[in-house]
Design a protein around this ligand. Structure first.
Ligand code: FAD
Length: 442
């Protein structure tokens, strides 16, 4: 750990967002004696886990004037990872026996995750730091060296202008959809998974679902329960593939779409042709920070947010500006927690960063190793990344069972996509996890 020379100092810090990342960031910042204001545009904590039956007014979320809905959660959603590995390290996500409103399953419903985050906020009295229904509309450096920040927010139509020593961005990255290109001449309906809630509207339709990762696999099965036919288009399989998927009589897996036509037909690379009513884009999301103005220093290029050192600090603006939760394909809550501990410790002066030039050198060297810009934030070795951060701030490394549950769980999404939430063979990891939890709960 690189220890700071300065005594611990307290800063005034703005946290944007009260989802899982913002909640734990607030806790860690306060633990490090900072004074924290959390800005949250929704009425409650939980971020994307706050389910709403409402969808945006534009089903593909392209219209800049559309109504914005934050959550991308659909009604039937259960977690895609086992609950043991999803919680924060010292506040395990365990079933709550005796409370019938709770879902004790290993892969519980979205509501259980929301209740877990509400429990966490209550336990650590985080709500007292949050300004609800307050949207941050602008963040900009108020001093050239990034040591003061101006934050403008709007609540009940009133604009407030304030200054902070630091801003921690925790606004999530599952709200701004990425779409596959379908020419306007195709006459059917289109929707992005961000706006998918229930299968009812697809009754008796022929539906093409683009994308076969967690959401695509779930949504195609959900829709197939009422639709006439569902055809998944996947870019990760060989071009000749055409296969009926198990468990349902009307669900097929195809290679990617080759072309679409004015008569409503969709032609796949495998040569199959279907006349579809709707295309559902399960094609992921884009990073989006509409409130952030760094004079072009931090920008998004092909889904690379840069430049940022170790996915957290933009070198020229560090430590005043930081991001929690940018990497994907990683243990989310654990990562949010250790990134937050690092930011809190750097801001207090307990842990030092490299010089800005050295951080930039590290960023440049890292970019040289990344195979494509859009994969910049996909962690290739999350254990290495986590261990580097935990070493910086002197906290415990990731537990073996947590990392293995995540990697086995991630594999199961592909290998047994229709059964993975109820069938598994890693009971030994559950036992290891609960041994650790018992020490915390005593
Ligand atoms: P969010 O939960 O999105 O929170 C961001 C918060 O910032 C929101 O409350 C929002 O209102 C607020 N905000 C945004 N902009 C502003 C602004 N300008 N001003 C004020 N407030 C603002 N991960 C898992 O570990 N397991 C799973 O099973 C799992 N399933 C998922 C399923 C889906 C469909 C999706 C999309 C993601 C899933 N994830 C899962 C990943 C998920 O991203 C993380 O689990 C985590 O909850 C994200 O937390 P966050 O705080 O980064 O973002």
């Amino acid at each position: 750990m690189s220890k700071g020379a300065n005594p611990i100092s307290s800063r005034r810090v703005a946290v944007i967002g009260a989802g899982a990342a913002g909640l734990v960031a607030a806790r860690e910042l306060r633990r490090e004696s900072h004074s924290v204001v959390v800005f949250e545009r929704q009425k409650q904590v939980g971020g994307l886990w706050v389910y709403t039956p409402l969808a945006e007014s534009d089903p593909v979320s392209l219209d800049p004037a559309r109504s914005i809905v934050h959550s991308s959660v659909y009604s039937s959603l259960r977690t895609n990872l086992p609950r043991e590995c999803m919680g924060f390290s010292d506040f395990p996500f365990v079933p709550r026996p005796g409370d019938e409103s709770r879902d004790p399953r290993r892969y519980p419903s979205h509501r259980e995750v929301l209740m877990y985050l509400q429990d966490f906020a209550r336990e650590y009295k985080i709500e007292e730091m949050i300004r609800f229904e307050t949207e941050v509309v602008r963040v900009e450096p108020a001093a050239e060296d990034g040591r003061k920040w101006r934050v403008q927010s709007v609540s009940s139509g009133c604009l407030t202008d304030e200054f902070f020593d630091a801003v921690v961005v925790c606004n999530g990255h599952f709200t701004e959809p990425r779409l596959a290109h379908i020419p306007d001449s195709w006459p059917g309906k289109q929707i992005h998974s961000h706006n998918y809630r229930v299968p009812g509207p697809f009754k008796d339709q022929v539906v093409v679902v683009i994308g076969n990762y967690a959401s695509g696999a779930d949504i195609s099965r959900d829709i197939a329960s009422v639709a006439k036919e569902v055809h998944i288009a996947s870019r990760t399989i060989a071009s000749e593939i055409f296969e009926k998927l198990p468990g349902l009589t009307n669900l097929w897996l195809n290679s990617m779409i080759e072309s679409t036509h004015e008569d409503g037909s969709v032609v796949f690379q495998n040569g199959k042709v279907v006349y579809a009513d709707t295309i559902v884009h399960c094609t992921g999301y884009k990073y989006f920070f509409p409130f952030l103005d760094t004079n072009g220093y931090v920008n998004i290029d092909d889904n690379r947010v840069g430049p940022i050192y170790k996915h957290v600090f933009p070198p020229a603006l560090a430590p005043g500006l930081s991001f929690i939760g940018i990497p994907f394909n990683a243990l989310q809550c654990f990562m949010f927690e250790i990134q937050s501990k690092w930011v809190a410790a750097v801001l207090s002066g307990r842990v030092m960063l490299l010089t800005r030039d050295k951080m930039m050198e590290d960023v440049v060297a890292f970019y040289e190793k990344v195979e494509a810009k859009r994969y910049t934030h996909r962690l290739r070795d999350q254990v290495e990344y986590f261990n580097w951060i935990t070493e910086q701030c002197g906290c415990l490394p990731v537990e073996r069972w947590r990392e293995q549950e995540h990697s086995l769980g991630d594999d199961r999404i592909f290998t047994q996509c229709d059964t993975y939430r109820d069938q598994w063979d890693d009971d030994h990891l559950i036992a290891e996890a609960y041994e650790d939890f018992a020490k915390l709960i005593q």
